[in-house]
Each structure stands twice: as C-alpha cells, then as structure tokens.
Design a protein around this ligand. Structure first.
Ligand code: SAM
Length: 283
C-alpha cells in the first residue's frame, strides 16, 4: 500500500493521531519545549495541523492546550525511569504517530511494540523509512484492531508474557465505552507478568458529563470520534484488574512543568479540566 493510499484509508479515529502529532510538532518548535520530537511534523502531515486548528478555533478559541505537551513529557519521564529500572519490554496500545521508539534514549535490549490500525502504521512506517530514520530500540509496529484479537498477533511478533512489561495507553481510553475499556484492561492484565507496569491517561466521568465539556464532546462526535467514557475512581477501576495505581491530576507539582495555569482539579471534581495521568504496578 502506498503512503497516500494508506492515508486515504485512515478512519476518523485514526486521524486523531495526526492531530496529536501536530501538537507535538508545535511543542518541538517552542524555545521552552518540554521535549524534542523532530519527526512529529513529518508524521502529522498537512491534515494534522488542519484538525488542530479546527478544534482550537471552534472549541477553545485562542487557547493552546498544554495537556498534550505535559502528558508527553510526563510519560517520557516515566518510560525513561522504567527503562533505567531494568524494564526491557514495552507495549504501546494505540501508538498512533508517537515517535518515542525513535527519540528516547533506550537501553540495549529494549523492545517497543506499537499497536494501532494497520493503515495508520503502514503510513507511519513508510514516512519514517522514506526519511531514513532508525529506531533507538527494537521497534515492532503491529497493525491490529484493539477491539478484536490483538493478543495473538502480539505473541506471534515475539512478545514474551513471562517477562514484565510496561503498557502505555495514551490517548485511547476515553474513545472506548466502559465495556470496551474493561475488555482491553482485562486482556492486557492477563498478558502481564508480575512486576509489569502501566501508564495511561483518562478523564473523570463527572467532568466528561459536565456542561463545561458539552461543546467539546459535540465537536468530537461530529468529527466521528466521540469521547465515550471516563472514570471518577480510577484506583478502583484499575484495582479490579490487579493494578495498584497512582493518579496524578494535570497541574500537580510533578505534572505541571510550568505550563499548567489552571487550578488543580482532582478526578471527580467538576471543572473545565478533569483529565489525569495514571501510573500503576501489577500487584
Ligand atoms: C488520539 S490518537 C492517540 C495516538 C497516540 N497514542 C498519541 O497519544 O499521540 C488515538 C489512536 O487510537 C487508535 N485506535 C483507536 N481505536 C483503535 C482500535 N480499535 N484498534 C487500533 N487502534 C485504535 C487510533 O488509530 C489512533 O491512532
């Protein structure tokens, strides 16, 4: 499949990966950038910035949402720390146009599996190959449907379920309904050896259902990728699958990076922002 053909085949939800890539590209251009992502602009193409502008123009006029930059940096730091602590197997679910396999300082022996829609990963692979860049770890992109059987292809690609794993679920859970979330968390938990870790972002349910989020949700739905779920009690949600998690709200001292102007809003407390970052360990 040619890159242009792959792009044609991107469904609306897959296109959100171009949007987040364009936000990383914009962050990369800032003098006070929180991370470097020199490939983000290439992967966002022309469509990513167009989607970003549509949202910022219609829903958040004039506002440069700091959440993406803060979440990227927070998760980068967590991943690097886990690598430093000896983790060697990483799986990114719904990896999109994430370039961490190409930009983080991975230790020798690290494998990063990236799962996403086949058309999206074909496009990503082609763009990166054409740019002549090389991953800094063993990078294994796997085109799958995360709502179907993705564990068999992962195992066939060399995933070792006897080894502990770090799972990264970034920019995905709110696009799933509660049953789909449960299914995904159950599947990855069953694939996790002891000592496994989990990193995710999510949104509070009360916040999601609040009037402040109504125009955002309507716009997301109109674009074909509605936000369908949130949780006010992530500790219990993840504990149900064996994980002990720490939940950090954007704006907490370690999730701020000097960018979070709003008050800290904890999960469950209504407000314009109620998104948070989860880091967990399998107990
Ligand atoms: C907002 S993007 C997030 C991408 C990336 N993690 C990031 O933060 O930039 C959502 C991603 O979820 C992927 N996705 C959603 N549902 C999926 C499914 N059922 N199977 C595979 N990928 C899926 C989309 O293709 C898209 O790349």
């Amino acid at each position: 499949m040619a890159a242009s053909e792959s792009k044609e085949r991107l469904d609306p939800l897959a296109k959100t990966a171009l949007w987040t890539a364009s936000m990383r590209a914009r962050e990369h251009e800032r003098e006070d950038r929180l991370f470097c992502d020199p490939l983000a602009s290439l992967l966002a193409g022309t469509e990513g910035p167009a989607i970003m502008q549509r949202f910022e123009g219609a829903v958040q006029p004039g506002v440069e949402d700091p959440a993406l930059a803060v979440r990227t940096r927070y998760l980068d730091d967590q991943l690097v720390a886990q690598d430093g602590a000896g983790m060697r197997q990483f799986v990114s679910l719904a990896a999109g146009m994430d370039t961490r396999a190409f930009r983080l300082p991975w230790s020798p022996g690290v494998t990063v599996f990236e799962l996403d829609r086949p058309a999206l990963l074909t496009l990503k692979d082609e763009l990166l190959e054409r740019a002549g860049v090389h991953s800094r770890c063993e990078w294994i992109p796997l085109g799958v449907d995360l709502m179907a059987d993705w564990t068999t292809p992962l195992l066939e690609a060399g995933f070792d379920r006897a080894r502990s794993t770090t799972w990264l679920i970034e920019g995905l859970l709110y696009f799933l309904d509660p049953l789909e979330c449960d299914l995904l968390l159950r599947q990855l938990s069953e694939m996790s050896a002891s000592g496994s870790r989990l990193l995710a972002d999510y949104v509070g349910r009360t916040v999601l259902e609040s009037a402040a989020m109504a125009s955002w949700r309507m716009r997301m739905e109109e674009q074909g990728h509605p936000w369908k779920s949130g949780s006010d009690d992530p500790q219990s949600l993840f504990a149900g699958f064996g994980w002990t998690v720490r939940v950090a709200a954007y704006g907490d001292p370690d999730v701020d990076y000097g960018r979070w102007g709003d008050a800290v809003i904890a999960p469950g407390v209504p407000g314009t922002r109620g998104r948070y970052l989860v880091s967990g360990e399998l107990v």
